[in-house]
Design a binder for this molecule. Structure first.
Ligand SMILES: *Cc1c(COP(=O)(O)O)cnc(C)c1O
Length: 232
């Protein structure tokens, strides 16, 4: 990439603004989460200085090192990768928002660990919207039930839903999946579960974030378009 990080952030911001405009939405409703997996701390600093304030990481060990190295920076850390229950203890200590809660077992353990440090952990539920065997996440038809269960955990706050649709070259082919996630959020809202008001939809990556914004995304998770291709 020959352009600067400032230019890339500006270009993505412009694309988000246009996509929001096409859907009659305010661009401020869309939070850019910069995905920094495999990106070293010294390459993250210029992004923060250029205005990035939300960072997404996939692996606990890698993330802890970077979060420690960047401590004191005014940023919010998001965990977006697959989380094993035995890492829940670290996740609640290091992350402001966990996007990838995919079942009751993990939720229960996060609740237990958050209670130990007197934290109310903000979470999203990851929905396996395309029901692929290889993807984690709760199935669409079990999501409402999981929301009900998790809503009783005092040290968790469910703020929304996240999904990773199947990878297609054509963003139009993922549109139905984004739309479906939006629909699930509406169904949960109309169920009127006490203490639950979910508003976040974490969906859209480098290849499809404009479609996601058109379909109601409130968080887009973007790595490649900001930091270039990952080597592994
Ligand atoms: C890597 C990753 C992203 C970012 O993907 P890009 O295509 O590089 O923008 C977003 N979400 C999750 C869950 C990821 O693992």
């Amino acid at each position: 990439m020959t352009d600067t990080i400032d230019q890339r952030i500006a270009a993505i911001g412009e694309r988000i603004r246009k996509a929001a405009g096409r859907a009659g939405r305010a661009p401020e409703q869309v939070q850019l989460v910069a995905v920094t997996k495999t990106v070293a701390a010294d390459r993250i600093v210029p992004a923060i200085e250029a205005g990035i304030s939300h960072l997404g990481e996939n692996y606990i060990q890698e993330a802890m090192n970077k979060i420690d190295a960047l401590s004191g920076r005014p940023v919010s850390w998001h965990f977006i990768g697959h989380l094993q229950s035995n890492k829940a203890r670290f996740a609640v200590r290091y992350f402001d928002l966990i996007h990838s809660v995919d079942g009751e077992k993990l939720a229960r353990e996060l609740n237990r660990q958050a209670a130990k440090i007197n934290k109310v952990q903000r979470i999203l539920l990851q929905v396996n919207i395309s029901d692929e065997a290889t993807k984690s996440g709760v199935s669409a038809d079990k999501t409402l039930e999981l929301v009900r269960t998790v809503s009783r955990f005092e040290n968790l706050a469910i703020e929304g839903l996240m999904t990773m649709p199947p990878f297609f070259d054509a963003p139009e082919r993922v549109r139905p999946f984004f739309r479906a996630l939006h629909g699930i959020r509406e169904r949960i809202a109309s169920a009127g579960i006490p203490g639950v008001s979910i508003k976040e939809l974490s969906m859209g990556m480098t290849g499809d974030f404009e479609t996601a914004v058109e379909e109601g995304a409130t968080m887009v998770r973007i790595g490649t378009a900001l930091f270039g291709e990952r080597s592994q």
